[in-house]
Design a protein around this ligand. Structure first.
Ligand SMILES: CC/C=C\C/C=C\C/C=C\C=C\CC(=O)SCCNC(=O)CCNC(=O)[C@H](O)C(C)(C)COP(=O)(O)OP(=O)(O)OC[C@H]1O[C@@H](n2cnc3c(N)ncnc32)[C@H](O)[C@@H]1OP(=O)(O)O
Length: 302
């Protein structure tokens, strides 16, 4: 970025050099680098963050086309983006949504689970854990505006949020469908869903690998609201306003009181959980099962 362009930027942009550096790294213009109509904006390759119309609220959009699969890069960028927002005292709430049409997130990137070496599996799983821990324990209010299909790891990501609004479209199926892939959701996936929908509903949803349409997701409590698609963002903003009306310190301590024990279960055994994952995913039978599933997905179009 030329010096003259830097000098034209508002002072507050200069106080947040990461926003500018990101823009420079991506070779983008001044507007895309952080300043548009006086509002800050930043992004990475797979995550776009922009201020919402409401004060103190950012909209974080996943953009890893075509289906927002959670690759190592996307997971890492999600955590970095959240951390930036947490460190920027302007922001108190985040609306998490998708920039890809009809898919919120297709879950963990299946290419990360197939044919890699143990070190790469371990690195990937550490990033999945990190994403879950950081989002689950975030001090910010997180509202998921689910504007598409939301299976497996996508559902997990939404379950880290404080509130979920789902757009009313019968194609937007949601749930932890791991068993249908021949894999087992780890205990912290199970804890996340059980804390949300309860014990009995989890017994069914997790064993059956249920992918629920909006009305059923609402009925079981997997989402808090189902709204017409064109009202998704405005609803998320209204919900956010209600949550932000509560003093931050009281809400944050209360959230931590409710969630910390669940997070601690993983924190106490992160390395063992990584080892479990690596040995499970490396088994020939599991690899075969995942390859077959991926093939079927690819053939679906033909
Ligand atoms: C004892 C226990 C110890 C340890 C724990 C062990 C194991 C736990 C391990 C793993 C946990 C994993 C959780 C997961 O998240 S696995 C991912 C599961 N995801 C899914 O099942 C969703 C699959 N995708 C779909 O159903 C659909 O794609 C869709 C509904 C999201 C979107 O449908 P569309 O019709 O819009 O798009 P498609 O044509 O189907 O897809 C386009 C394109 O994208 C590819 N793709 C889809 N999903 C994924 C994915 N998750 N990863 C990578 N790639 C994906 C799809 O194949 C198409 O590719 P091509 O264009 O054909 O190349």
């Amino acid at each position: 970025m030329a010096l003259t362009a830097v000098l034209r930027l508002p002072a507050r942009a200069l106080l947040r050099p990461w926003a500018l550096l990101r823009g420079v790294a991506l070779g983008r213009t001044e507007a895309a680098a952080g300043i548009r109509n006086g509002a800050r904006r930043f992004g990475s390759q797979h995550v776009l963050v922009e201020p919402a119309a409401a004060a103190g609220v950012a909209v974080m959009k996943l953009r890893n086309p075509p289906v927002n699969s959670l690759s190592l890069e996307l997971l890492t960028e999600l955590v970095i983006s959240l951390e930036k927002l947490e460190n920027d005292k302007v922001f108190r709430g985040v609306i998490l949504t998708s920039d890809c049409p009809s898919v919120f997130s297709s879950g963990l990137d299946l290419r990360e689970l197939c044919g890699r070496n143990p070190a790469r599996y371990a690195e990937f799983w550490k990033a999945v854990q990190e994403m879950w821990l950081r989002f689950y324990l975030s001090n910010l209010v997180l509202v998921a505006a689910i504007n598409g299909a939301c299976p497996a790891g996508g559902c997990l990501l939404s379950l880290t949020c404080d509130y979920r609004v789902l757009a009313d479209n019968p194609k937007y199926l949601m749930g932890l469908n791991e068993t249908l892939l021949g894999i087992v959701a780890p205990f912290w996936f199970k804890d996340s869903i059980m804390n949300t929908i309860g014990h009995r509903a989890t017994e069914q949803a997790l064993q059956l690998g249920s992918l629920l349409p909006p009305a059923e997701a609402l009925q079981v409590g997997m989402v808090d609201q189902v709204v017409p698609e064109d009202q998704l963002l405005s609803t998320a903003l209204s919900v956010m306003a209600k949550w932000l009306a509560v003093p931050d310190h009281a809400r944050q301590l209360t959230k931590s009181m409710i969630r910390q024990a669940t997070a601690d279960r993983l924190l106490k055994q992160r390395d063992a959980d990584i080892q479990n994952f690596v040995s499970f995913i490396s088994k020939d039978a599991i690899q075969k099962s995942l390859q077959t599933y991926l093939e079927k997905l690819k053939q679906k179009k033909g």
